[in-house]
Design a binder for this molecule. Structure first.
Ligand code: C5P
Length: 232
């Protein structure tokens, strides 16, 4: 699995994202488009960034009945994204439907990964709000195993969980990990963070990096630093 740095383009408009991407000139970072930008600009933002030569992780975290997710994934697949995701909590049947919808007539499809439990959900919220009484680490591993059983390619997880996910689901099961910060950088609202070099050591396949790059004085240098620590 080729390791790569995915830049979280958490901007509110096309204008802001293009101003940002223009700074990279010849380089074409793998870009994550989340709900904010997608809901603001619609599918045209995906087509335009793709046209500029970037790979795209469309982070929309689908969760609905299997038939709806299957049909929606078919639409996303036609948008020619490289990676997309859903909530493993939608059940194995929903994930199987998603995979079916995502697969193009020629058999190719974007990488499909699952969100296990969101990192904003803690043990207390899981027990009180969701009535799930198991330890959260077990729940995360169980959901990862479900994603694998459904035929998905991997999960989004904390870099701290990436090693355990590989132990349980195999080395080729992809781990995509946000919560990455430089050793000398601001942590912001992330709680459990790792440097790109540490994420590499623990076996993350892709790191998702937002503000350490988007808010840097020199975003291109910050991106290059991530690549140097994580990929090279
Ligand atoms: O700016 P920062 O590097 O914290 O951005 C991380 C990106 O990864 C954001 O787009 C955030 O929504 C996403 N993310 C996360 N933690 C998760 C899942 C996604 O930070 N558990």
């Amino acid at each position: 699995m080729g390791k790569d740095v995915i830049v979280a383009c958490d901007f509110a408009s096309a204008e802001q994202v293009f101003d940002f991407l223009d700074k990279f000139e010849g380089r074409k970072p793998f870009v994550k488009i989340g709900m904010e930008l997608f809901y603001a600009e619609g599918p045209s933002i995906v087509r335009e960034i793709k046209r500029r030569g970037h790979k795209i992780f469309l982070d929309l975290k689908l969760h609905d009945i299997p038939n709806t997710v299957k049909k929606s994934m078919a639409v996303l697949s036609r948008l020619d994204v490289d990676m997309t995701n859903l909530h493993a909590g939608g059940t194995v049947r929903m994930m199987e439907g998603a995979l079916e919808g995502l697969t193009r007539p020629d058999g190719t499809r974007p990488i499909l990964i699952a969100v296990t439990q969101l990192t904003s959900t803690d043990q207390e919220a899981m027990e009180n709000d969701l009535l799930i009484k198991e330890p959260i680490a077990d729940v995360v591993m169980h959901y990862a195993a479900n994603a694998k059983r459904a035929g998905l390619d991997g999960v989004v997880c904390s870099p701290l969980e990436a090693g355990k996910v590989h132990d349980r689901c195999g080395d080729s099961f992809i781990t995509v990990t946000p919560g990455v910060r430089f050793a000398d950088g601001d942590i912001g609202d992330q709680k459990r963070v790792m440097t790109p070099a540490e994420a590499k050591k623990i076996g993350s396949d892709y790191i998702v990096v937002g503000r350490p790059i988007t808010a840097a004085a020199d975003p291109v240098a910050a991106y290059e630093r991530c690549v140097a620590e994580f990929v090279d």
